[in-house]
Design a protein around this ligand. Structure first.
Ligand code: ADP
Length: 271
């Protein structure tokens, strides 16, 4: 196990990137090695609307949601995630004296996995197959590239898209990508920050925060999660199964959010 931590910060409304970057900069200055993985879902929705191509969300028969990503959507997705969001986070960290390096998953095949030939979705109660979707699941991480940067004092800032096995850009889930990174580099902790205090038993009642979940209890925890939160629980479960000791869901709206999560504030998931 290495002493690196992997932090995933979501892309939902309300997340305070300045506070996240304040905390990261302070930790890096104390010698903490870390990798930041980020999303951009909210901003992608806003820009998609502006471009006259409103987002379409697919729901799988198991209730997981994902963005319908045809070629045009993939371009918007890459513009926002690997362009605007990534550049602005790198900029925030550079301003704070951190030598951050932005990478999307297709750079150096950092995140790689097969593109799905088709995606099963439920539309108006009926199952259908979507074939022009550029999505997939990360199965391989170029840990050598990350270690090269970390060992030379750089802080990698990673975002989808990933690379398909054929080298195409594909949309992948950021939480599950962060889980794969954490296991590939043997991270001691995976911190997943979002615009909620953690997993809530009854969303959106914040007084129902679940402070601790054992791996065996994740199946039940999944039943509390709705919408995109399901992917976070799935990512946490995949990370623990792949050897990550601890996953923490923390609140990215607050000061010291990374430090709080490192100390176990939020929902702590352990094997
Ligand atoms: P991000 O973009 O930050 O990765 P998402 O929007 O994808 O985050 O997922 C977090 C969202 O999940 C919360 O904003 C909340 O609306 C939703 N959610 C659904 N069920 C729950 C739950 N049980 N506990 C906490 N959040 C939940």
């Amino acid at each position: 196990m290495s002493d690196v931590i992997v932090i995933k910060v979501g892309g939902s409304a309300g997340i305070n990137y300045d506070l996240v970057c304040d905390d990261i900069a302070a930790l890096v200055k104390e010698g903490q090695k870390l990798i930041l993985v980020h999303g951009g879902s909210h901003e992608t929705n806003v820009i998609s609307e502006k471009l006259g191509k409103p987002p379409r969300i697919l729901t799988s028969p198991q209730g997981y949601t994902s963005r319908y990503t045809d070629v045009e959507t993939l371009d918007i997705f890459a513009m926002v995630y690997a362009g605007k969001m990534n550049t602005r986070i790198v900029e925030r960290l550079q301003k704070r004296g951190v030598n951050a390096v932005g990478l999307s998953g297709i750079d150096g095949r950092l995140l790689e996995g097969p593109r799905k030939a088709s995606v099963r979705a439920v539309v108006d109660g009926r199952q259908m197959l979507v074939r022009d979707d550029y999505t997939g699941k990360v199965e391989k991480v170029n840990a050598g590239l990350l270690n090269l940067l970390l060992d030379n004092g750089y802080v990698p800032i990673v975002t989808p898209p990933a690379s398909s096995t054929e080298g195409e850009a594909i949309n992948v889930d950021g939480d599950r990508a962060a889980a794969m990174i954490a296991s590939a580099i043997g991270a001691k902790q995976l911190i997943i920050l979002s615009n909620v205090p953690g997993l809530l038993r009854t969303f959106p009642d914040e007084s129902t925060l679940i402070p601790h979940i054992r791996y065996a209890g994740l199946e039940q925890a999944l039943s509390f999660a709705e919408g995109r939160m399901k992917k976070k629980v799935l990512g946490a479960s995949e990370a623990i199964a792949a050897g990550v000791k601890q996953v923490v869901f923390g609140d990215a709206r607050l000061a010291s959010c990374v430090r709080n999560a490192m100390a176990g504030k939020g929902t702590v998931i352990e094997g």
